[in-house]
Design a protein around this ligand. Sequence first.
Ligand SMILES: O=c1[nH]c(=O)c2ncn([C@@H]3O[C@H](COP(=O)(O)OP(=O)(O)OP(=O)(O)O)[C@@H](O)[C@H]3O)c2[nH]1
Ligand SMILES: [Mg+2]
Length: 198
Amino acid sequence: MKQMIIATKNQGKAKEFKDFLAPFDIKAVSLLELPNTIDDIEETGTTFEQNAALKAETIADITGGPVLADDSGLVIDALDGKPGIFSARYAGESKDDNANIEKVLSELENISLEKRTARFVCVLAMAKPNEVTRFYKGTCDGHIANYPKGEYGFGYDPIFVPNGYSETMAELLPNEKNSISHRKNAFIQLEAWLKGIR
Ligand SMILES: O=c1[nH]c(=O)c2ncn([C@@H]3O[C@H](COP(=O)(O)OP(=O)(O)OP(=O)(O)O)[C@@H](O)[C@H]3O)c2[nH]1
Ligand SMILES: [Mg+2]
């Protein structure tokens, strides 16, 4: 089976990429599974694209092979786009999902449901040494619930209700999330490239 390195230390993302790539007979390998410890890559960019490129290109330089990276986040209209590229560390460096959720809910405390519109954004960067990095972007629109519900997924999934659903992303079964998510919508475009269409 072929392998593809995913430049992430996020177990939730890694699991989703394993599901996406399995039908292509490709094993997704995260940075946590490599034999050598990889230092954290500082995400100094100001856009999802810049941070995804930083992660993919740094690891492609180290490994010498093709690498896929994902930079993603939650964009909330009533918070002027926050937490955005700062989603992982919104409530502090410990990257605590529950603390991040609590911070968002408290900032939206007095905002009515119809004004709680938001979207998940995912930018994938595919880097290969000496090649131009390719980007694929996907989004998933929805709104922020009043309180967390559901056990699946990761990050802000317990407070994100996708458009057309009454459940949060964390109440949807993983295969359901993986059919509508921002990450899937970005991956669909990469898929076309993997199949040799583009
Ligand atoms: O509920 C969620 N469902 C998702 O599907 C999702 N995708 C992203 N996010 C949030 O956005 C941050 C990404 O930040 P990010 O791209 O820097 O990743 P990260 O720091 O977690 O790992 P790495 O890939 O950088 O190693 C994550 O931590 C989460 O808080 C999500 N939340
Ligand atoms: Mg990160």
